[in-house]
Structure formats: structure tokens, C-alpha cells
Design a protein around this ligand. Sequence first.
Ligand SMILES: [Zn+2]
Length: 372
Amino acid sequence: MFERKDLEAFEKFRAEDNFVVSLFLNVSPQERKRGSYLSKFKNFIKALPEERLSHVKEDIEKIEKFLQTERESFKKSLVLYSCVKKGFWQRYDLNIELKEELVIDKTPYTSPLFDLLDNYQKYGILLVDKRSARVFLVFLGDIEEYGMIEHEHVPGKHKKGGWFALAEKRYERHIEHHVKMHLKDVVDKFSDFLKDREVRRLIVAGPDEAIYELMKILPESIKQKIVGRTFIEKYAFAEEVLEKVMPIINDYEQMKESKTLSELITRSRKNDNAVLGIDDVIKYLRDRRVMKLIIPKDYKIDGKVCNSCGFATKHDVDCCIECGDCVMKTYNLIEKVTEMSLQNGALIEVVKDEKERKQLIENGGIGAFLRF
Ligand SMILES: [Zn+2]
């Protein structure tokens, strides 16, 4: 898992007279079975000019060896940065498919990763009980644990009874006090943890009593981020935690998706900084006015594109309506549109739910919220 601050640090990396290899490769189990990920890598190398390649020979060898020996540890895709001469090597394993690329440049090629941070949400998980707490982050279907807090000194309940009922009351208060101290410490550490991370959504997990006490002391700014709660076994493996929280995350995202879609449709009808339909979306993209693009998953529209001025339309025109130049046929205008959005720094939201996807297609196929 990567953070914006890691990527910002990469941007400061100076290769000086050397070059950095940046590789984005899909390495899903199917790709691995047929070994096709390796051939794709080799094809990237073949396509490089000899002169460029000569700068990064050691890196290419290192990466090839890595791709062969580490394959068992791969997820769906892999991002590698290498500059052997400067001792720079970074690997990220992601659980989504990426646009595959090999870039050799003076700096690490980070913009696809920045785009992921802009377009996908991170979920923080706080698993808490009266003595311990664990923190996880879930991003792009992947989970990572960020440490555990244990307060061993929180006393347990005694089963002694009878002759000192009064003392027992005091003893219970003593436990309560320790639980409160423990939870206060958890809240402090958790607030710190959230500070320099872009986590806008949280899930809390644990026994009712602990959650109840936690809610009493959790700052409002953190409470507002909570999108769900569940019970998870204190010593659960990270994979079990992921299995428990994924349905909550999926439900939440679907709810958000349907809210976004109805807002898009209502606002575009009122001409309130929202549009539907590919030609309008393209027009506003060219004016750099798109804030967020809304597209259906796996959807294609064919059309014509002008390579001279960037005009594009779904209509079957022979010449560019704006500059009169020749236009080219494209089978995937959506791809052109997402490319333009990324260049413009616009967010992209993909509508995945079948019912909503259909609704969006019926309402023009693609839409956008505008900046102004
Ligand atoms: Zn044109």
C-alpha cells in the first residue's frame, strides 16, 4: 500500500546522470499461469531504443530476475521502480488491473499512482476491545495492518463474591477507570495515525461495550467518518478482517454510487453544473471544466476524433466541425474521455452496480459534474 507522501518523496528523487525504470505490469494468476506477464515485459524491452536501454541494463536484469523468482508473492498487478546505480528499488503489489507501461526517465513515473489515490477511497478499520486495539487500512481490495495497542495492565473481572460486595464495587470502578485510560490512549494514537493519511471512511469493530465506551470519547471529526461497524475476533488474521469488512465497504460504495447518479441526473436536468451525454462531456473536458466524470463500467461508445484540435463526437462526421481537418474513427471514445480527465486532474467514478449502470446508459451513457 502506498501513501501520497511516499509518492511525493519519489518526485524529489534525483537520478543525476542515471535513469529510473518504472514498470506497471498485470501479474494476475492467469497471467502467471501462461507466463504471459514475462513475455509482455520482454516485449516492452524489445520496443525500446538501444540507446535508452544501455543506461538501464542492470535494472532490466534485476527486474527480469525478480519477475521470475518472486511470482508466487504477486497479486493482480505490480508496480516497480528501479535505479540500481542509485540503490533505488521500490515495489508495490496491487489488487487491481493497471494500464501496463514501461517508462525510462530521469524520475520515477508516478502519475498513475497519484490517479489511484485521487479516484479510490481508503478505509480505516479500528478493531477495539477493553484491553487492545488494532488498526488496518483497506485500499483497492487490499488490507494492511498498522500495529496493535495492548494494555495488559487492564485488570480482569474477578469471580469472588460474598463478603466484600462493597470492595467489589470499588474494584469494578477500578476496571472501568483502566478501560477508559486504555480507550483514551487508543483514540489519541488513532487520531495521530489518521493525521497524515487520506482516510475519509472508517469502520469500527469490537464488542458492544467497548464500542459504546469508545463512542463516548471519539472526537466528532473522526466519528463523522464512520461508515459501518461489525464484530471481529480480537486476534483475527488480516484476511479474515478483510472478509468481514468488504461487504460493508461494497454496500457503502453502492449507496454512494446511487446517490451520485441520482444527483447527476437531477442536476443536469436543472442545468446545475452537471451534464449528461458524451458530446457535452467532451466539450466541457476541452474547456477544462469537468470536476468529476461518471462512467458505466465496461462501456464503449464509438465515434470520431480530430487529432489536430482534439474535437471528438459520437456522431458520424466526415470532417472536424471545429477545424475542418480529417477525423479518425475510434471504437472507444470513453477511453479518450478518461485520458482527457486524467490530464485535467478530474476525478473519475465508475458505476458498477448493474441497475445503476443501466440507468446511466439510458440517460446518455456518461456524465460529469462541472467545476463552475
Ligand atoms: Zn479539429
